[in-house]
Design a protein around this ligand. Structure first.
Ligand code: IPM
Ligand code: MN
Length: 358
């Protein structure tokens, strides 16, 4: 099959982890006789340096005309003092909105061989866990009105949190549909004891649940959820939540897997076009040293094959190769423990390719 992929290397460790993902994709195209055409585009800090803005029409056009978008990571201290609409993150938010990527899937599962890298006590994670955070990605606080006004000589900042029934309904449907292919349990996270938007969230989720009688639904408040994730991650299957709560919960869940360097992500809409990026940031402190963990980006490429390119066995092959390399005790610095073999970012890519060829 011939597929066109828009590749955005991004900032910090983005280029080095993307290089490993491309190596893996090239290996897949050799083994399975596909042809992947990479169309490079700019977004984030690199885009600011080259064009003055964090995203251009060119990037949006390329993304819209491709089969999928693979993104490294964006941002860095260099651009921290820029106004909000010129920061690298604005590029990311714009592409999510432009492609209508309202559903963000972030799988956090514990590889048995990585159990010792998990900060929880062994008895808590004995049975492992496999949690999928389904995060609403184009609404809520991120996309409400942001403004800072001056009142009585004092500055006052206002961020609005809005959700419509329609926005909640479509993400809830995604959550239930995905749960049907997993363990059939949805935990809907909100703050319905305080927020109107959460009360609407809860109503709409329950209304949607009526069409999925085979899926168990529970509600949980966000503060309790952060605690339960540490106390008993195995009680969760699909965590369905709004934009900001999902941002926070997915970072927390990632740490349980041993490192945020392991957490992939898919941002999808109702079509097959999606954007795939690691959940971690650009880690400017370790950029350019070839020590970053490329697994989150490589697993994001696997999600891309699965969700956008309809290549299930190819996605399975990448996931199995990653598992084998971990089982064989190869570790980047973020997940290293006693008795394991330390590898660089590019060596990890090489090991995964070797495993693919077995
Ligand atoms: C993420 C990131 C982004 C977000 C930032 C960079 C805007 O933290 O993808 O989780 O909050 O969505
Ligand atoms: Mn985040």
């Amino acid at each position: 099959m011939k597929k066109k992929i828009t590749v955005i290397k991004g900032d910090g460790i983005g280029p080095e982890t993307i290089d490993q993902a491309l190596k893996v994709l090239n290996c897949i195209s050799d083994i399975y006789s596909h042809s992947f055409e990479y169309d490079y585009a700019l977004l984030g800090g690199e885009c600011i340096e080259k064009t003055g803005v964090p995203i251009t029409e060119d990037t949006i056009t390329k993304a819209k005309s491709s089969d999928a978008v693979l993104l490294g990571s964006v941002g860095g201290p260099k651009w921290d003092s820029l106004p909000a609409n010129l920061r690298p993150e604005k590029g990311l938010l714009t592409i999510r909105k432009e492609l209508n990527l309202f559903a963000n899937l972030r799988p956090a599962l514990l590889f048995p061989a990585l159990a010792s890298a998990c900060p929880l006590k062994p008895e808590i994670v004995n049975d492992g866990f496999d949690v999928l955070v389904v995060r609403e990605l184009t609404g809520g606080l991120y996309f409400g009105e942001h403004k800072t006004i001056v009142q009585n000589g004092m500055k006052k900042a206002i961020d609005s949190l809005e959700y419509s029934e329609e926005e909640i309904k479509r993400i809830a449907i995604k959550g239930f549909e995905i749960a049907r292919k997993r363990k059939r349990k949805v935990t809907s996270v909100d703050k319905a004891n305080v927020l109107d938007s959460s009360r609407l969230w809860r109503d709409v989720v329950h209304e949607t649940a009526k069409a999925y009688p085979d899926v168990e639904l529970e509600d949980i408040l966000i503060d309790n959820c952060t605690m339960q994730l540490l106390k008993c991650p195995c009680r969760f299957d699909v965590i369905l939540t709004e934009n900001m709560f999902g941002d926070i919960l997915s970072d927390e869940a990632s740490m349980l897997t041993g490192s945020i360097g392991m957490l992939a992500s898919a941002s999808i809409n109702e079509t097959s076009l999606g954007l795939y990026e690691p959940s971690h940031g650009s880690a400017p402190d370790i950029a350019g040293q070839n020590i970053a963990n490329p697994i989150a980006t490589i697993l994001s490429a696997a999600m891309m094959l699965r969700y956008s390119l309809n290549m299930q066995k190819e996605a399975d092959a990448i996931e199995s190769a990653v598992r084998l390399v971990i089982d064989n005790l190869y570790r980047t610095v973020d997940i290293i423990t006693d008795g394991c073999k330390k590898v660089t970012c590019s060596e990890m890519g090489d090991k995964i390719i070797e495993a693919l060829k077995i």
